[in-house]
Write a protein that binds this ligand. Structure first.
Ligand code: NAD
Ligand code: DAU
Length: 408
């Protein structure tokens, strides 16, 4: 990773693609027509559903079709606020299906101005237990979406792509939602968009592969595409397998909180409404072929995040168990956000207010998370945490005090 300003160009900058024809839409210009129709894949998940709820609640004429396979992580209840409001529901359609299935994808892409791809297997620990589904969705699925966009771009170039009100549509824009995990662990400094990719888990490798496919379609076919790399996201409707919701819901039930290793791994926390807002901003204003980091500007050690959520809940640190670490656990992620700031985006939610509101949301929405912590949840939990918790230790020694990365 290079520190800016004055950071040396990296090896990846040397292979930056030539500007494709569609890149004439530079930063600042709006890449989409007014009142666009968006295909949001993975829109029943945590971040995708926030993106959909946020846009439709604004009522600016945007229409959204969600395509979601409804894996264990997808939940139509996440879209209930949209479906319950007749004015929003009129601009919304839900299709259950797999992004890796061209018979489902092709007709849907044929009718939209942009595809925003949130669909992925998203949990690192599950990728360690079984990587295959990550590759199927993250590589084959992305390829199917890109092929559909390529075909539509050809139709647009030939003037045979029908749009609403007998107008012709331009080629669809493609936005790939990616992650800071593609940079790998970042011991010091901050990752920049042209830094080398160094994914270290099957999840991160699948995300990096998806990005490279997108890039290849920009270079080879001149596809209009942008990529975002978001940092650790938290907020309402997050699946309780992830650190913050897992620890909140376990603590509410008085169950142990399985903290990996020494708890001094560092993540940069981004509220889900800011992540979704930044993705929409890049969708409209990002330059084709470009990648944009979305940092949270809230770098914290895991231990300190856990202490903060316990304080909000009024629960004791004695619930925390120090358990066997995640294999290949990335120690730290941190990204530079100046490129996105240059597009005019600013996050709005501080970590302190966002975490407090998230704790309160989970406390108030017990039915939502209890319905997820049923069925396959118990077997997953046993596989992931059974032996860990059986051999876990009290974590009193890491409750507070400076860690090795503190004070940077
Ligand atoms: P999530 O697991 O909550 O949601 C993923 C959604 O995709 C689910 O609704 C699921 O049913 C759907 N899906 C999975 N495979 C599919 C397929 N083959 N076809 C159609 N739908 C499918 O994930 P999330 O946390 O909301 O993450 C969304 C995206 O953001 C992912 O691409 C993830 O890599 C990326 N991301 C997440 C974070 C984070 O901290 N959560 C941070 C940066 C980037
Ligand atoms: O950084 C972006 C990524 O953030 C996204 O791309 C992923 O989709 C998302 O899941 C998230 O990945 P992480 O692995 O960072 O998130 P997770 O919530 O699984 O873990 C956060 C930290 O907490 C990590 O250092 C591991 C630790 N942890 C996690 C769990 C689930 C624990 O100590 N105990 C746990 O039980």
């Amino acid at each position: 990773m290079s520190e800016r300003p004055g950071g040396a160009a990296t090896d990846q900058a040397a292979v930056d693609p030539p500007a494709p024809v569609d890149a004439l839409r530079g930063p600042g210009a709006d890449a989409l027509p007014p009142a666009p129709h968006l295909l949001v894949t993975g829109g029943a998940g945590f971040i995708g559903s926030c993106f959909v709820r946020q846009i439709l609640a604004r009522g600016d004429g945007t229409r959204i079709t969600v395509l979601d396979k409804l894996t264990y992580a997808g939940d139509r209840a996440n879209l209930a606020p949209v479906e319950a409001d007749p004015t929003q529901a009129a601009r919304f359609r839900f299709v259950r299906g797999d992004i890796a299935d061209p018979t489902v994808v092709d007709p849907l892409v044929g009718d939209v101005d942009a595809v925003v791809n949130f669909a992925a297997e998203s949990h690192v620990d599950r990728s360690i237990l079984g990587p295959e589904a990550f590759l199927r969705t993250g590589v084959i699925g992305v390829h199917v979406l890109l092929e559909a966009c390529r075909r539509e771009a050809e139709r647009a170039a030939a003037g045979t792509r029908p749009g609403p009100r007998r107008r012709l549509r331009r080629a669809p824009r493609f936005l790939q939602v990616s992650t800071d995990e593609v940079y790998g662990s970042v011991p010091v400094g901050h990752s920049h968009e042209d830094d080398r990719l160094d994914p270290r888990s099957p999840y991160a490798a699948a995300k990096a592969a998806g990005e490279l496919l997108v890039r290849s379609y920009v270079v080879t076919y001149g596809l209009d595409a942008v990529i975002t790399r978001g940092s650790n996201t938290y907020g309402p409707y997050q699946h309780p397998e992830k650190l913050i919701p897992l620890f909140i819901t376990n603590a509410l039930d008085g169950q142990p909180l399985p903290l990996y290793g020494d708890g001094l791994q560092r993540r940069d926390w981004l509220h889900v409404t800011d992540h979704a807002g930044a993705i929409e901003h890049v969708l409209h204003h990002g330059a084709s072929g470009e990648t944009y980091n979305i940092p949270g500007a809230a770098e914290r050690a895991n231990r300190d995040v856990v202490a903060a959520l316990l304080a909000r809940l009024g629960k004791p640190w004695s619930l925390v168990r120090r358990v066997e670490d995640r294999p290949g656990h990335d120690r730290r992620y941190a990204m530079d956000g100046s490129k996105l700031a240059g597009l005019g985006w600013r996050n709005r939610v501080s970590f302190e207010e966002g975490l407090a509101a998230t704790v309160d949301w989970f406390r108030a929405n017990e039915q939502w998370w209890r319905s997820i912590r049923t069925g396959d949840w118990d077997s997953y939990y046993e596989r992931q945490y059974g032996a860990r918790l059986a051999h876990g230790l009290p974590a009193a020694d890491i409750a507070s005090g400076p860690g090795p990365n503190e004070g940077r």
